[in-house]
Design a protein around this ligand. Structure first.
Ligand code: HPA
Length: 272
């Protein structure tokens, strides 16, 4: 439920169980990024089930946990588990969660995902910072909202200052970090080679089935957004192998140690 009273009740639980002062940064973990949760020190966990505005995630091995603590000296709230639009046909599954975090006092949403690469220069296992997105699904989590706030500006959706800080952190860590446009497709089927040629023509460098709805919700709620893609495969028609979820996950698991290390460095490098 995402009505204002439920969001308010959720924020009250966050304050009561985790403290009146919210961490400045929330990190949403996508496929392959789960091990980041183990890096959080002084961890306090709240299951989504205790947070009425958070999604009820079905079975299927997805964690559904909010973990608060520190990465180094930086306080963070880590969201392990998200609902995808392809599960329900709705793009607003994370609306209540993001609004509750914003009401608590979180100011920055760092998103992570797994994505296919559309650029032969970006190989599986490498990382891409999202510079901008294409909402190919043409769905909005703000459908049905009222008020002028729904016409929210998306011209710098992925915060330029935070992106520069993330790139500096990657350089300092010696980890290559590509940057480019992420195309959101609804899924859950993978794309056809013709669709991938279309997306490349539109300027996309990566493709995936998540992240964009949460970016829209976060911008609408006044949060700044940073987003990282772990490239798990070359997109359809660009690799010999057929695409499969199992292969995507296997690549994500193989690459997650360096992805998680970079994410920890980035989180600690984010300033105002
Ligand atoms: N397409 C869409 N989503 C994905 C892909 C892909 O190739 N790889 C990982 N998530």
């Amino acid at each position: 439920m995402t009505d204002p009273a439920t969001v308010q009740a959720t924020t009250a639980v966050l304050r009561q169980r985790l403290g009146a002062a919210a961490p400045r940064i929330a990190v949403l973990l996508g496929s392959g990024w789960g091990p980041f949760a183990a890096q959080v020190q002084d961890a306090v966990d709240l299951p989504y089930a205790d947070l009425p505005a958070f999604p009820a995630l079905g079975i299927g091995g997805h964690a559904a946990l909010l973990r608060c603590g520190h990465i180094g000296d930086t306080p963070v709230a880590v969201l392990a588990g998200r609902q995808h639009a392809y599960e329900t046909g709705r793009a607003d599954a994370m609306k209540g969660a993001i609004r509750s975090l914003a009401a608590w006092g979180v100011q920055v949403l760092v998103q992570t995902n797994a994505a296919g690469s559309l650029d032969p220069a970006m190989r599986p296992g490498e990382l891409m910072l999202i510079g901008d997105h294409l909402n190919l699904a043409q769905r909005s989590p703000l459908e049905g909202e009222s008020g002028d706030g729904r016409f929210c500006d998306m011209s710098a959706a992925y915060d330029p200052a935070l992106r520069a800080q993330a790139q500096a952190a990657a350089r300092a860590a010696g980890t290559p970090l590509h940057e480019g446009v992420y195309a959101w497709v609804l899924g859950p089927q993978f794309e056809t080679p013709a669709e991938i040629r279309m997306l490349r023509g539109m300027g996309a460098r990566a493709v995936g089935m998540s992240t964009v709805p949460e970016t829209i919700l976060a911008r609408h709620a006044g949060l700044r957004v940073l987003a990282l893609s772990l490239l798990t495969n070359m997109a359809a028609g660009m690799q010999e192998q057929a695409l499969s979820h199992a292969h995507t996950l296997a690549t994500a698991h193989g690459a997650s140690a360096h992805a998680v290390a970079l994410l920890a460095a980035v989180v600690q490098a984010l300033k105002d």
